[in-house]
Write a protein that binds this ligand. Sequence first.
Ligand code: NAD
Length: 321
Amino acid sequence: MHRRVVAVTGCLGFMGSHFVRACLARGWKVWGIDKMTYAARPGVLEELSRVAGHDDFHFTKADILEMQHLFEVDLLVNFAAETHVDNSIMDPANFVRTNVDGVQNLLELVRGKNNYEMPTFVQISTDEVYGDAVGAPRTEDDPLRPSNPYSASKAAADMLILGWHRTFDVPYKIVRPSNNYGVGQYPEKLIPKAVKYLGLGKPVPIHGDGSTSRTWLHVEDFVAGLMKVIDDGAENAIYNLPGAHEAKNLEVVRAIVDAFFDGAPPRPFEELVKTHYVRIGEDVRYAMSNARVARLGWKPVRVFDDELRKLVRHFRENFVW
Ligand code: NAD
């Protein structure tokens, strides 16, 4: 495996920071870029700078929409995004700005290079671009039918990439992971949020009756899948990265409550949660086919129930603002 030079946008967020650690562990050089929104993890910048070898990690605080220069890199891996669906319902323009216009600016920076210097544009898309999956699992060739401003902005970005490839020859790889979980996730997302609320003695808010289901993918499994696609995936191709554990949100919160109170909750479950918060347009279920990425030899290996117990303990002991 040869040594690579990689630009990683959104490097201080949840998934981006895990990916950077994996790149550094491979001896790659990483140029990290992040605007440092509320979702950037405090302490990560200091940690990455400390663990990286001399000159291996270079950081620029920048908005992807305003960047005007790309160093010469082999890959541009774009994690930078506004990521929380509820926020996208309150303020869609901010999502279009970063997730669509920001991607367009990055594509333009790649296009501005000589052909032989164009890095591969690796986009972290999402299973949400397919919208509700009530029938067969979605394949990479299925149409995109996003249901909310977040998923619409992510779908739009995927479309821009296809257009910039066909017209300007920008090389790309798009991955579509399902719901990630793990250390470093901001507590607006289900698992860290539930633990935070339980710790504060507040009922855990749940959308609807909790019957919507998600497919969970541990962030380390995701990183392994992304590396597989980077190493062995076809150029100019899309890869679904589905987790292996599908569960209704209510079941997940039940497991969190159980782990939080070590199997002995002080009150009945119904008193520890609050259902029927409305998320307009909420998708009932996502489901993706793993056939394409399975041919590369990747599948998730982490066991959800085990990882969840460890994670609940972690979030219980580490308060996040
Ligand atoms: P996150 O919200 O934890 O972090 C996003 C990072 O991007 C933050 O550090 C933030 O400061 C940075 N950022 C935001 N706007 C920026 C801008 N304009 N310029 C530069 N940096 C900016 O996100 P995450 O959960 O790690 O998700 C990473 C990517 O993976 C996103 O593109 C998201 O759409 C996608 N994704 C996430 C999940 C999930 O379950 N978390 C699932 C599938 C896909």
